[in-house]
Design a protein around this ligand. Structure first.
Ligand code: GH3
Ligand code: MG
Ligand code: MG
Ligand code: MG
Length: 403
């Protein structure tokens, strides 16, 4: 996410503090009443020797802090012992001594990836907490749960697994066994994250896919309503893109799509969203942005896409884009469908008006892009001439045909 450069998952930062774990029985009561957050230098996981070390992260994503660990344990002795192991391995962790408090932290927007969970706890016990953890996951993040307990009968093991635990570790905790459990947890979390990324992102451009960008739009409309802030939507469509494929081949077309995606991302703010809406269509969402500002932003993006030709294996391809802009401020019921319909109509007007231009739904005069339209048309003519020239010279298909 939180890409969120929208389209990705945001990187989290943790507060840095040196926290002394409680040393005497009872001392933890105060120290752990609030969760203890520990950040161990700058490189929390990466410096772990080998096995628990780096995980690759997917291109264009920002890693979620998969191995941020929460230790839920009410015994000061166990807290210190397990805490010492985690510290020695340079892992980032939080200690909580009460089941109810752990539950409230687990429901936060950025919960830990892995929970080491004691069975017997004040407030909620570990089994109940485990059951509740399995009701979470609406945001797609899996929480890997390892139950820690002195109970060692097979029936206990079964009970923990049935409640939703992923693994089980007998107390007193042996460091090698703990490390082994963490390794498995890390592997499962990485796998889960890569599956989630694949399910929510476009394979080629690594932007949000259609379903995900529409989900983001729905959420942003609701947020805008709550906060009484406008949300602007930009629908962008590459001009005459079919010709790129026809003349230079599909691979060149793919390179163009990837580069355009990069250019779109580079011009957006951290809290904007961009996704691949269809073949050569992109949808951008600009929260807290009026339609006038949105149209000016679209114009900036249009220039960024068209100003420099895109280098592909076969040729440099001049690319232009047309855009339709609308916002929740515009007339009409504000729904995902109505906004998309308005953006689509504005985009259609941009295409009909000669391409390589921005049209805003119902606000053409107000946003004052009239002067840029003349420039757009001139550029469009130049770009079209250039494109024709490139296509006629650089086309591998044409060369194949001629041969
Ligand atoms: P217009 O200016 O009217 O939008 O013209 P256009 O050629 O861009 O539009 P049209 O809808 O005729 O063609 C869109 C093309 O986009 C056709 C399709 O082959 C191509 N396309 C869609 N998805 C991909 C893709 O993933 N890779 C490549 N290389 N081409 C794609
Ligand atoms: Mg206990
Ligand atoms: Mg299209
Ligand atoms: Mg097109």
């Amino acid at each position: 996410m939180p890409f969120s450069l929208k389209g990705y998952v945001p990187k989290r930062e943790f507060s840095s503090s040196n926290v002394t774990l409680p040393t005497a029985p009872g001392a933890h009561t105060t120290a752990c009443a609030a969760s203890i957050r520990i950040r161990l230098r700058q490189e929390p996981i990466e410096r772990l020797a080998g096995d628990l070390g780096t995980h690759p992260g997917t291109e264009n994503t920002v890693r979620v802090d998969l191995m941020k660990i929460m230790l839920v344990e009410d015994s000061a002795v166990e807290q210190r012992q397990i805490g010492d192991y985690l510290k020695a391995w340079n892992l980032e962790f939080t200690v909580v001594s009460d089941g109810a408090e752990a539950w409230s932290l687990l429901q936060s927007p950025e919960p830990p990836g892995l929970v080491l969970l004691d069975w017997m706890l004040p407030g909620l016990d570990g089994i109940e907490l485990c059951r509740r953890i399995r009701t979470l996951g609406g945001n797609g993040n899996y929480i890997y749960t390892v139950m820690l307990t002195a109970k060692d009968r097979k029936s206990h093991l079964l009970m923990a697994m049935a409640a939703g635990a992923d693994d089980y570790l007998a107390k007193p905790v042996d460091p090698s066994e703990l490390r082994a459990r963490l390794l498995v947890g890390k592997r499962i979390l990485e796998l889960q994250q890569s599956l989630r990324f694949a399910a929510t992102h476009d394979f080629l451009t690594k932007l949000f896919n259609r379903e995900e960008i529409l989900g983001a739009l729905k959420r942003e409309i609701a947020r805008g309503e709550r906060e009484r802030q406008p949300v602007t939507v930009i629908l962008a469509d590459l001009d005459e893109f079919k010709k790129v494929n026809d003349c230079l081949g599909h691979a060149a077309g793919d390179s163009v799509l990837k580069e355009v995606a990069e250019r779109l991302i580079s011009d957006l703010r951290e809290y904007d969203f961009v996704g691949r809406y269809g073949g050569e269509e992109f949808l951008m969402i600009l929260p807290n942005c009026s339609v006038g500002t949105g149209a000016r932003r679209a114009e900036e993006i249009r220039c960024l896409v068209s100003n420099t030709p895109i280098t592909t294996t076969f040729a440099k391809v001049p690319v232009t884009v047309s855009m339709g802009v609308t916002s929740t401020e515009c007339e009409g019921a504000v729904t995902v469908e109505s906004l998309l319909q308005q953006a689509d109509r504005a985009l259609y007007a941009a295409k009909a008006g000669g391409r390589n231009r921005v049209e805003a739904f119902g606000l053409r005069e107000v946003i004052g892009i009239g002067s840029s339209l003349a420039r757009s048309r001139r550029r469009d003519t130049n770009a079209a001439k250039f494109r024709r020239k490139v296509m006629s010279q650089g086309s591998p298909r044409r060369q194949e045909t001629q041969a």
